[in-house]
Design a protein around this ligand. Sequence first.
Ligand code: ATP
Length: 353
Amino acid sequence: MSNKQVAVFMGDDASPEVMAPTVALLRAMDLGIDFIEPLVGKAAKAQTGTLFPDEAKAQIDQADATFFGSTSGDSTPVLFYLRWGKQTFANVRPCTFVPGYNSPMANPQGIDFAIIRENLEDLYLGLEGDTRDLAGLNLYSRHARANLADLGPGKYAIKAITERGSERVIRYAFELARKRNKQRKVTVTCKYNMLAVADGLFLEMGKSIAKEYPDIAFDHYIIDDFLCRMITNPNALDVVVMPNLYGDIMSDGAAGLIGGLGLAPSGCYGDDYAYFESAHGTAPDIAGKNIINPTATVLSAAMLLDYLGKDSAGQSLRDGITKVYADPANHTVDQGGSASTSDFFAALEGVLA
Ligand code: ATP
């Protein structure tokens, strides 16, 4: 059987401090995976005149998946390609408590749900501009009871929810609820009272697809009500699906429930491609200090291994994380400990050996 190919981008700021050791760990596991590092960013610009050369794009296309370190600058075109170019519409962000995580909750045991953030549309289409440009459209606000042109100078951003975009991500949620086989429940959340048309469509798609999955329970909440429920009773959640911006915000909140951003992995799936990255950003404030928590990156790697059909290796990484957290000496600063990033990796290598 030929090796799987994974394109790797180390990312910016503190990202390489967790990406490089994670890739080294995966290489050492000898899983029949080739890790290729396409040349992008400043180095690519110096050699080829562009930040994201065609060759790098071709390497992503040829790979089975991409493992992506968070980016703050030069690799942003790569991220856009991984999203819109590869149509990775379902951004899955598991939120699972592991004993030892520094959760602020009194009773975090058993928290185990997944947020699916629609990854490509909503307010993230990049359709913004000056409200003057819309004046000719004579847009009447039913809430402000005025024409847009009469509200004075300002800017707009378009939120678009499409039938296709909603259908595919909600269907993905139902399939994931089956695959997880835990509570077998899907929750849809958005602001379908105030945004009765756009978010209303998302809810209606949810109700309609739910009928095709009689074995999966279905409920729905307005996003503010959902947030309160997520904090007061997170154990009632299984798979939750929502439009892009809500997913961005709620998933950081979900990470907070179990102990912070350093613990939150993600996988972004399309019909025929996927990329994996921590849900957190590049943590520029702690770059170079050897204190960034690798958990989110290692758990994203576990999701990558699952996707490549190497489920038992993925599970051994997750089991490794559980074992590492069992000893407080391995807890990093963000988890209330004093272990460095390198200490954490040494402990993980130890338990995996
Ligand atoms: P983005 O907008 O891309 O999400 P950001 O700069 O807003 O990026 P992060 O980079 O996620 O946000 O960082 C937010 C805070 O969380 C920072 O104080 C950062 O140091 C901290 N943080 C993020 N990831 C980790 C981690 N893995 N370990 C420890 N602290 C982290």
